[in-house]
Structures are given as structure tokens and as C-alpha cells.
Write a protein that binds this ligand. Sequence first.
Ligand SMILES: O=C(O)COP(=O)(O)O
Ligand SMILES: [Mg+2]
Length: 225
Amino acid sequence: MSGRRFSPRAVLFDLDGTLLDTIGDLAEAANLMLAELSRPARSQDEIHSFVGKGLPNLVRRCMTENAQATEAEIETAMAVFRQHYALVNGRTTRIYPGVTEVLDALRESRFKLAVVTNKAGDFTLPLLERMGLSAYFDAVVSGDTLPVKKPDPAVLHHACELLQVEAAEALMIGDSQNDALAARGAGIPVLLVTYGYSEGMPVDSIECDGLLSNALHVLDHIDRP
Ligand SMILES: O=C(O)COP(=O)(O)O
Ligand SMILES: [Mg+2]
């Protein structure tokens, strides 16, 4: 399985847990929000397992996991979280090993590149800019670009449309079941990194076309012109 090779024209990347290690900033904003609402802090490990289905889901889980909250309280929490995250977004975020190298190599070989993330657009674009990654990507599809998010395959179809490639000409690189299911639904092969955020699921239990312990290993799965 791990040796499967593909001949894509476009490579679609997940953001959190695949390109960028964002957990420190997400946990910081979540705990600033909880403190402001006089609720107990949560560990980074716990918050780690809440990342993957978008920021509204992260906030909801912070408010309701082993706790009670009304819909109105969750809505307030989301607004408070957004204020804090806007300030800390990128502060401790790091680019994972191999990411800059693989993006350089793919650009050099003229692959079309996109980010397809469940993170809201208000935070995705400034973060890519801050981390110096914006220029690599021909398209960015965020968690609120469409009315649906991953695992809905529509976001990957949308990315392919923006890149003007067919789904069969794309390859998805992600870290969670949301990425794998979206890719399967769209008919796009998918490789998963083993270092990311997978909502507490063992990544090797997720059905995919190969596992990558370093982003640079994407190159071992791609036929380059
Ligand atoms: O915002 C999230 O929950 C995760 O975003 P991702 O799709 O880039 O992993
Ligand atoms: Mg991810």
C-alpha cells in the first residue's frame, strides 16, 4: 500500500495537522475563551482531539464535553473564541518538517496546489500569509467557503474546479478521517500523514492509499514530469 504511485496534475493539502502544527494557538484561544466564560481549562491533548471538523465544532466540544451549555452560551463562546484566535493565530504555529521542501518541489514540477481546510476563511488566509505559504497555492477552500465542510466531497470538487482539473487528476494529502472520507467521496486518492490531528483515532485505522511519516514522502508517491 505505502508504495502506491499516482500521476496527478494537482495536489490538495489539508492545513491543520498536515501543513501546519497549529495546536498551541488553538489550545491557547480555547482556554482564553473558557477562562473568560469562567469555565475550567482543558488540556492541550483534549483540545487536540477536538480539532478536525471546524472551529464551531471545536468550540462546541470545549463547551459541552463533560459539561453543559445552552445554544446561546455556545454562540457567545464562538464569538469570544474568534476574538482570541484572531490575536493568537500563528503565534506558536510551526510548519511541519518536509512541508516547505515538498511544496518547493511540487511547484518546480508545475503541479497545481490547493489548501482544503475546515478552518474558517478569516483565519486560514492570514495564517498562510503569516507562515509565508500563501504564494505556493493556486486555490484555498476554507471551512466556510461552501455551506459544507470535509468530509463532504463537495469541497474537494470545488477545489478541483478552481484549479481546472478533474477529480481523477488530483491527489489529497490529509491527516484525518474527514480528509479520507471527503477524498473517497470525490474519487480522489488520499495519503495521510501520521503526525497530525485525527480526532483521537489511530491514523492507521483510517482507510486510505498510504501513510506518510514526513510530508516530503509525498514525492515517493508521485510521478513527476
Ligand atoms: O479547523 C479544523 O477543525 C481543522 O482544519 P483542517 O481541515 O485544516 O484539519
Ligand atoms: Mg487536518
